[in-house]
Design a protein around this ligand. Sequence first.
Ligand SMILES: Nc1ncnc2c1ncn2[C@@H]1O[C@H](COP(=O)(O)OP(=O)(O)OP(=O)(O)O)[C@@H](O)[C@H]1O
Ligand SMILES: [Mg+2]
Length: 263
Amino acid sequence: MNNVLELREVCRDFTHGVFRPRTVRAVDHVSFALEKGKTFGLAGNSGCGKTTLSRMICGLIRPTSGSILFQGKEITAPGRRVDRSYHRRVQMVFQIPEASLDPSMRIRDSLLEAMQIHRLGRNREERMERILRALAQVGLPEYLLARYPHQVSGGEGQRLVICRALLLEPEVLLLDEPTSMLDVSVQAHIMNILRDLQRELGLTYLYITHDIELLGWISHTIGVMRQGQLVEVGSREQIMEAPEHPYTRELLRSYTDWEGAAL
Ligand SMILES: Nc1ncnc2c1ncn2[C@@H]1O[C@H](COP(=O)(O)OP(=O)(O)OP(=O)(O)O)[C@@H](O)[C@H]1O
Ligand SMILES: [Mg+2]
């Protein structure tokens, strides 16, 4: 097996309050691996620790204990800080486009700046060429480059965020509910783009959502989280067709009931 990223017994605590501090364990002994070129879908209800987990993987916060390995090397080793190249290779695709595109800058300038920071491309021409290629990869027209982030639609914004990530030639994308605010047809379109990019570029995805039904469409492996713990991991077929853990069954049932009610 070709694992790009591996989590071993990862925990993360948060402490609230100054006088009577209370510690909450947001992520509790979570272990799983991301296989190269595949999608790992992580499902679980609000507050179960999904975003905390992805923030640890991309190096924004450190685990309280446990380790995270990227291509066999521990990124969480004591004293070690993740470097710029790690932030380029393992990228978070945020829920909100505003988090990765500067609202006060034209989209073209934000994208050029991202490339400059990572020292990609020898000059402006080369960078522009690369930007146009990435824009085409996500199916967006060139004229959007002259706009500001508030002048694009939600679906366009989400594709721009993916475009920005692609510019930096990532290996792993952490997709945290990237399409939850979009309508179903736009959501499906973005899923197709992600699937094509994965095939073309061999990208590895961690796809995070509360919508387990959606994961049934796009994942190779699915993990189910509940109150900080990973309660079940299995192939898409196993989780969707023969879930073992009662909580996985409950999540699947709530979607079936909802669909039934909508008919
Ligand atoms: N910086 C923080 N400080 C204190 N507590 C935090 C912090 N970040 C998250 N938490 C707590 O950790 C738990 C997990 O939060 P997290 O954001 O990871 O959940 P989630 O699964 O992403 O939820 P959602 O589906 O709503 O996005 C919650 O109880 C949350 O209040
Ligand atoms: Mg979250």
